[in-house]
Design a protein around this ligand. Structure first.
Ligand SMILES: [Zn+2]
Ligand SMILES: [Zn+2]
Length: 189
């Protein structure tokens, strides 16, 4: 009788041990999950701006250095839009994953030796950015380069040319015939 009880207790003890072990493992799995999750969150959070296509991601943790509505004829021709929301990033701030999958062509086909190159995805053709051969800036057109609608709104009108006959914008934002006068180009690399 006593012998049986001891055996029962031993058995019970080993069940409890197993249960504790199971719980412990479960807890470790939960901790691991939580830490992976928060790391994934951190990765997303650290990329303040993220865009591109299914094959190539472009991203920046820093704000654009210039953010304007462009009225120039090249943007009109390339995007087919009457005006184009254009954001300049410091060249080093806008990073590209899988850049080897990118095709590059002159942004302005009428000035093929100009510094800006239009980068597109070699798999799906999505425009990804304009890259500056001189290493000063990288340019994003948020609405056609995979950026979300929450992208900060352009702060002024650039390259407005009255000779085009387009009425001067009167939405309260400054209008310039070039970039805003206080804009300073980052140094060439
Ligand atoms: Zn333009
Ligand atoms: Zn693609």
């Amino acid at each position: 009788m006593l012998k049986n009880s001891v055996a029962d207790i031993n058995c019970l003890q080993s069940n409890v041990n197993q249960l504790t072990l199971d719980l412990f493992e479960k807890e470790i799995r939960i901790i691991r999950f939580a830490s992976n999750h928060s790391e994934a969150r951190r990765n997303i959070m650290s990329k303040k701006f993220s865009g591109g296509c299914d094959h190539i991601n472009t991203h920046s943790s820093s704000n654009p250095i210039d953010n304007h509505t462009c009225h120039c004829s090249v943007c009109k021709r390339v995007t087919g839009q009457p005006t184009t929301h254009v954001a300049f990033f410091n060249h080093g701030d806008l990073e590209v994953d899988n850049s080897e999958k990118m095709n590059k062509q002159p942004f302005n086909d009428q000035n093929p030796n100009g510094p800006l190159e239009l980068c597109t995805c070699s798999e799906c053709g999505t425009p990804l950015m304009l890259d500056d051969k001189l290493g000063r800036i990288r340019v994003i057109v948020p609405n056609i380069m995979g950026y979300e609608e929450g992208f900060p709104a352009p702060t002024y009108h650039a390259f407005y040319d009255p000779a085009t006959g387009v009425p001067r914008p009167d939405d309260g934002r400054e209008v310039y015939e070039g970039l805003r006068p206080e804009f300073v180009w980052p140094p060439e690399k």
